[in-house]
Design a protein around this ligand. Sequence first.
Ligand code: G3I
Length: 298
Amino acid sequence: MTGLSDPRYRALAATQFSSVTPENAMKWERVEGNRHAHTWAAADAIARFATENDQKLRGHTLVWHDQLPRWLTDGHFTPAELRTLLRTHVTTLAQRYAGAVTAWDVVNEPLDDDGSPHRTLWHDALGSDYIAQVLTWAHAADPGARLYLNEFNVHEESPKTKALYNLAASLLDRGVPLHGIGFQCHLLLGQDVSELARTLNRFAELGLEVAITELGVRMLSPVTSAKLAAQAACYRAVVEECLAVPACTGLTIWGVGDAAAWVPEGSRSPYGSPTLYDDEYRPKPAREAVARALGTVP
Ligand code: G3I
């Protein structure tokens, strides 16, 4: 969620969705931009919004390599100091929203496309096992929350998908508290999603929940009615694949409307229009396609 100050955004967010995810408000740079000086107002407002509208709240994200505060990335901390800082951050955030957050994207984007661990501040300082450690800390801080690894480009078989599967399997083997895998699904119009249900099922066979956590279908400008129809078909296919998998617990669209939606490279990008509502928050064909797939259109 970004855009709560716009009444059109608020109205749609309140009435058209049963779950909300803070798009940026719970990220480390936003909650502790200055060391020891937490700013919770934006994240609290989203948590309150979810409660007021009887919606689930998905926490995003406890550990990532992006959107970290400068004091942390430029701080020249030792590995031992970084471990303590990370533990404190994870514990503070998870405890603050304990009981409010249903599921956390605990570790965001831990892998590279070739399947190797993504080299990050955390990986380089703490080794690959930082993932097991943060899941354990998150569970201690909020034993009721479902804990997810969240990754992109894993909607079909690939070296990255295989590595994620192996990582999840080994964490479960060791008894690490991992409950689910989030499949982001930032798609480009025309991308094949026919393997999605099969992929979700493979992870479900490990005993995990799965969720589509950041769905968007962006297109090259200009927007045409043919592209909007193709976008609607793609949205519908993704919803149907999630519905076909009993372990698929939810589907989140990354943005309420195109007006404030994320696309790679921001305003410089030739791609855009990834959501269900246009720049004026009018419903697009994809909005009806999703409703039909969900059976909420008579
Ligand atoms: O709020 C500032 C504004 O004050 C400033 O003037 C402006 C100038 O660039 O930047 C604004 O912040 C931007 C922020 O989005 C809010 O719009 C940041 O620059 C920009 O980097 C940030 O992008 C976010 C991106 O993560 C960062 O990588 C997107 O909103 C957010 O949708 C996106 O979300 C990620 C998920 O967390 C993880 N999966 C991928 C997804 C897309 O990258």
